[in-house]
Design a protein around this ligand. Sequence first.
Ligand code: PLP
Length: 475
Amino acid sequence: MSEKRQNPLALDKESMRKFGYAAVDAIVEYFDGVDQQSVVPPKSRQSLPRNLQEFSEEPKPIDTLLKDSLSGVFDDCMNLIHPRFFAYIPGPGNFVSTVGDLLVSGHNVFAGISPHNLGAQIVEANTIRWLCDLADMPETAGGLFVSGGSVAILTGLAAGRTRILKDRVEGARIYCSDQTHSSVERALGLLGFDSSQLREVNVKPDFRIDVTDLERQICADAESGYKPFCIIGNAGTTNTGAVDPLDELAAIAAKHELWFHVDAAYGGGALLSQRGKRQLEGIGLADSISFDPHKWLFQPYENACVLVKDPATLRDTFRRVPDYMRDSDQPQHLTNYRDMSPQVTRGFKAFKLWLSLHAYGVSAFRQSVDHGLDMAEYFQSVLEKRKNWQVVTPATLGVVTFRYLFDGNAEQQDELNRELIQCINEDGYAFFSSTRIHGRDVNRGCPINPALTHADIDSTVAKLEELAQSLLDNH
Ligand SMILES: *Cc1c(COP(=O)(O)O)cnc(C)c1O
């Protein structure tokens, strides 16, 4: 008699189906009804509901557990896929990629090695190829998926450190504009650079890096005996959407033999749109690019990639073949992704992007990116038509910053605008974030959800104005 498998973690087929279908039903209802909900939970609880607090030795009924988690966990999370989520960089997601994640997780694909694993390896290589082509990188370019833009920047700069500095960081200097994302500073710290090695270059009034100032600093540093090592260009800053003159930065990097990283974590999506792409001229000349499909390519978290002109730089930086991994060392024509990043075990993030590109067709993504560019312009025009609003920075790669203006000094205006964002966010009709521009508090909107309508924007601005008025009346 054969031994029966006794797996305490197994469910019978009927239960798997019931649980799985119920979970899918919950996701379908969420996608279908999210725009009827408030953008953020009305009042988040401080702890889990009682019945979800303690782990017990005994199993809990799985259908109740699902219901309780939906109301006790997910109902208390921000609705990033809501059309009126305008804060930070929204995460609209999409249903096909969501199911893609489920399939990947269900097969527990290990995307670190390629032997015996060609399905995953080829899909990742294919998708990376498509992204490299999108960015006009050379045919020899490559890269891989990582968890987010921050890790993509870390990975790209690590490759540059190895290639240019042979990992000797002392005296090295890195240059970027003062609008650069904070993940750059953090990555450099992890790579052993101290904060004085990062040179923040001034920007012009349009928030693009001042290339004259950049070159002056590079030359001055070189003359003082420092080692200029790397330029980081922005393809869409988080603050205002500004794009540095990437072709000029590439030329300066080439002239001084520096590593050139382009941070397109947010702006990379614009490559799908003709007018977006025109603004990113020169991006293909980068040595490394950080690009987050979980931002403007509508992928659920986590989905980002690092693209490099020469994939050998990543291998030189990360490849190790310990005895216990030697069986998976690859034949020349295959890519072991564990050789190209700090991760060994890694999930198969490429699949959801690959699946959704096939399922919707690339044109659906192009339309969606263009829609975001249009909506930002529309948002700006609605503000401009009303007399109480100041557009601080115009729609640039889907980002608008603005302020409510009234008779009062700058500090009073700062305060009211800070309160305004709090009010609208507590109200739940729309969700915004704020930032500081030229030392003043401003509101910032990133209206890139593909489901967003003109009516959403009209009603949101009306709501903002109403709230601002009542704040003003109560002051
Ligand atoms: C979001 C962002 C990052 C960081 O990416 P994560 O995916 O959040 O780690 C870096 N640079 C820019 C310009 C960004 O917008």
